[in-house]
Design a binder for this molecule. Structure first.
Ligand code: SRM
Ligand code: SF4
Length: 559
C-alpha cells in the first residue's frame, strides 16, 4: 500500500493542497498535516519551539508553532546583496540568526505563519528561491566551493546550477501561492514532465566534488559526481550512486551507505545522465515504506547491474569505465588563499554554521559590514563554513580590518578537532531530535580540547560530527569520531571513518553520557598521540589498532 505521503502528493494538484487556506486561517499558528507535507516541496517546514513544549502544555496552549525556511542555493554561492537580504529577514521575521547548512545554503528559523509568505516573497525579490529545497524532489545541488578558484571550479559551479534548474519541479503552484503570480494562461494545465504527479518516492540529493577535495562528501549523496580534470580542463565526471546517511535505531533494514561508482560520463551528457538516474529511482523506489525509499535501498534491492540496465535503457547509451582520481580530505582549508586570477578568498570557521552575534565575537555584524562593501561573493561550504570569495587585493585589508575589529579573525585559532567539527541543528527547532547537537557540541569540544592539548595533538585535524538523532544531517557516519543522539544527554559513539569521506565509521560504544564519552575517548586519543604512524589519520588509526572494524559496505554497517 502506498504511504500516506504518496496519497497526499497524488491528490495535491501539483503541490497546492489547501496551502492557501491553511495560510489564511488565523485561528491557529499551524497548518494542516497534509499541507505541511506539501509545504516542504516549497522549501519550508512547520516546527515548534521545543524548549517551550512542557510550559505550553502546562498552560493548555497549542505548541508555539513557527516555520523554518530553506533557500535553494546551488553550490552555496550568493552575492553580497543576497547576504544582506537574508540578514535583514533574520531580524525582521526570523529568530535573529542565519543558519548555514551542511548542504551549502541558508536557513531561517522561527518565522510565524503570518510572515511566511512575506519572507518567501522577499527571498524571491532578492533573486533566490526556496523551490524544492525540501520534499521528494532533487534538493539543493552541492558543489565544491573551493576558493582556489580556477576556470574548472567556475564550470563545476555552473554545472551544479544547471542541474538544479533542470531538475526543478515545473508546477506553477509556487508562484501562485507565494508570489501571487498566475503563470497558467488560457486553459493551460500544470504538468510535471520529469517527475509526474507523485514526484519521487523520497528526497534526492546531488553533489559534485573536484578532487583532491571531497569537502561536499560526494559519497553521501544519491548521485555523487567526481569532476575529472585532464590537462587543466574539465572533461567529465565519475558517476557514483546510492549514497545516504539516514537510518533508524532498531531497524537494521535501514543503514548509511556510501555511493557506488558506476562509470564515467563526458561533461556534455551530465544533465541527461542525472535525469535518467533520477527516473530509475522514480520508477523503482519503494513508495510503500518511506524508511526504505531512498535510492540506496533501490540500488541494493535491484543490484548494480539491473540498475545500470534500466539506466542504459533510458539513456540509449552506456557509461564509460570510471577514471582515476584521488581525494585527500573532506575538510575545509581555512584562512587566506589566492586564486589563479589573483583574487583573494578567506575561509572562516563558523561553529555549527550559526551566524549570530556572541558576547565577544560579533560575527553577524561583521559579515553584514563585509557584505556592505564586498565586491565578490559568499560561498557556503558543505561543512557549514563560509568563504568570503573573490576579494580584489585592493579590498583585502579593509575586509580583514572589519573581521579583526569584531573579534572574528582572532577567534579562528582553534584546535584541529574543533575546526573539523560539524553539528546538526537538533534542539530547539528540529522535531526529530532525541538529543542536543549544535548547542552542545561546542561545550563537549571544550573538554575534548583539554585532552588533545595535553597530548600535543591539538593541531591534528580530526573530523568530529554530532547529530541529535540517527537521520544523519551532519553526516555523522563519516566522522572519524561520530556522536549520534539517543536520548537527552546520551549519545552513541562511532569511530573509524576515512579522512576523505571514503569509508563509514562503526559503532564503538552505546548510549554514553558526557563523562562516559570523555572516559572512553581519552585513552584512544592518548594512544593516537603516542603510537600513530607518520601522517596517520585518526580514523585509520582506530581501525589499524583494532578499536573498530572497518565498515566496507553500508549493508555491513550494523555488523
Ligand atoms: Fe536533514 C530531516 C536539518 C542535511 C538527512 N533535516 C531534517 C529536518 C528537516 C527535520 C524534519 O524532517 O522535520 C531538519 C530540520 C532541523 C531544523 O530545525 O532546521 C533537518 N538537514 C538539516 C540541516 C539544516 C542540518 C544542518 O545543521 O545543517 C541540513 C540542511 C541541508 C540543506 O540545506 O538541504 C540537513 N539531512 C541533511 C543531510 C546531509 C546531506 O545531505 O549531505 C542528511 C544526510 C544525507 C541523506 O540525506 O541521507 C540529512 N534530514 C535527513 C533525514 C534522513 C533521510 C533518510 O534518508 O533517512 C531526515 C528525516 C527524513 O527525511 O525523514 C532529515
Ligand atoms: Fe534533526 Fe536528526 Fe537532522 Fe539533527 S540529524 S537536524 S536531530 S533530523
Amino acid at each position: 500500500m502506498s504511504s500516506e505521503i504518496e496519497i497526499i502528493k497524488d491528490k495535491s494538484n501539483y503541490l497546492r493542497g489547501t496551502l492557501k487556506e491553511s495560510l489564511e486561517n488565523e485561528i491557529t499558528g499551524a497548518i494542516t498535516s497534509e499541507d505541511n507535507a506539501l509545504l516542504k516541496f516549497h522549501g519550508s517546514y512547520q516546527q515548534a519551539d521545543r524548549d517551550l513544549e512542557s510550559e505550553r502544555k502546562h498552560q493548555k496552549l497549542e505548541p508555539l508553532h513557527s516555520f523554518m525556511i530553506r533557500v535553494r542555493l546551488p553550490g552555496g554561492i550568493s552575492r553580497p546583496a543576497q547576504w544582506l537580504a537574508v540578514d535583514k529577514l533574520a531580524d525582521l521575521y526570523g529568530n535573529g540568526t542565519i543558519k548555514l547548512t551542511t548542504r551549502q545554503t541558508f536557513q531561517l528559523h522561527g518565522i510565524f505563519k503570518r510572515n511566511l509568505k512575506k519572507t518567501i516573497r522577499q527571498i524571491n525579490d532578492s533573486l533566490m528561491d526556496t523551490i524544492a529545497a525540501c520534499g521528494d524532489v532533487n534538493r539543493n545541488v552541492m558543489s565544491n566551493p573551493n576558493a582556489t578558484q580556477s576556470p574548472v571550479h567556475a564550470e563545476v559551479a555552473e554545472t551544479a546550477k544547471r542541474l538544479s534548474e533542470h531538475l526543478l519541479p515545473k508546477t506553477t503552484a509556487y508562484h501562485e501561492i507565494w508570489l501571487d503570480k498566475q503563470l497558467l494562461v488560457g486553459g493551460e494545465k500544470d504538468e510535471e514532465p520529469i517527475y509526474g504527479k507523485t514526484y519521487l518516492p523520497r528526497k534526492f540529493k546531488i553533489a559534485i566534488a573536484i578532487p583532491p577535495h571531497n569537502d561536499i562528501d560526494v559519497f553521501a549523496n544519491d548521485l555523487g559526481l567526481i569532476a575529472i580534470v585532464e590537462k587543466g580542463k574539465l572533461t567529465g565526471f565519475n558517476v557514483a550512486i546510492g549514497g545516504g546517511m539516514g537510518m533508524t535505531f532498531g531497524n537494521p533494514s535501514t543503514y548509511p551507505r556510501l555511493a557506488t561508482i558506476i562509470g564515467y560520463i563526458p561533461k556534455e551528457k551530465i544533465i541527461d545522465v542525472a535525469e535518467k538516474i533520477m527516473l530509475v529511482q522514480r520508477d523503482f523506489g519503494n513508495r510503500d515504506d518511506r524508511k526504505n525509499a531512498r535510492l540506496k535501498y533501490t540500488l541494493d534491492r535491484l543490484g548494480v547491474e539491473k540498475f545500470k540496465a534500466e539506466l542504459y535503457a533510458r539513456l540509449g547509451y552506456e557509461l564509460e569505465p570510471e577514471k582515476p582520481y584521488t581525494f585527500e580530505s573532506n575538510c575545509d582549508a581555512y584562512g587566506w588563499l589566492k586564486g589563479t586570477d589573483g583574487k583573494w578568498h578567506l575561509t572562516l570557521f563558523i561553529e555549527g554554521g550559526r551566524v549570530v552575534d556572541g558576547e565577544n565575537i560579533k560575527l553577524r555584524t561583521a559579515l553584514r559590514k563585509v557584505a556592505e562593501i564586498h565586491q565578490g561573493d559568499f560561498r557556503i561550504t558543505g561543512n557549514q563554513n563560509l568563504i568570503i570569495a573573490n576579494i580584489p587585493t585592493s579590498q583585502k585589508k579593509e575586509i580583514e580590518k572589519i573581521l579583526f575589529d569584531h573579534s572574528v579573525l582572532s577567534s579562528q585559532d582553534l584546535t584541529g578537532l574543533r575546526l573539523n567539527s560539524l553539528a546538526c541543528v537538533a534542539l530547539n527547532t528540529c522535531p526529530l531530535a532525541f538529543a542536543e547537537a549544535e548547542r552542545y557540541l561546542p561545550k563537549l569540544i571544550d573538554k575534548l580540547d583539554e585532552i588533545v592539548i595535553a597530548n600535543g595533538i591539538e593541531k591534528e585535524p580530526i573530523v568530529v560530527r554530532m547529530t541529535g538523532c540517527p537521520n544523519g544531517c551532519a553526516r555523522p557516519y563519516l566522522g572519524e569520531i561520530g556522536f549520534v543522539g539517543r536520548a537527552p544527554g546520551r549519545y552513541n559513539l562511532y569511530l573509524g571513518a576515512g579522512f576523505s569521506g571514503d569509508r563509514l565509521n562503526k559503532l564503538y560504544r552505546e548510549n554514553l553520557n558526557e563523562q562516559e564519552i570523555l572516559e572512553t575517548l581519552k585513552p584512544v586519543l592518548e594512544d593516537y598521540a603516542s603510537t600513530r604512524e607518520n601522517g596517520e589519520r585518526f580514523g585509520n588509526f582506530v581501525v589499524r589498532k583494532g578499536y573498530v572494524k572497518a565498515t566496507l559496505e553500508g549493508k555491513n554497517f550494523h555488523n
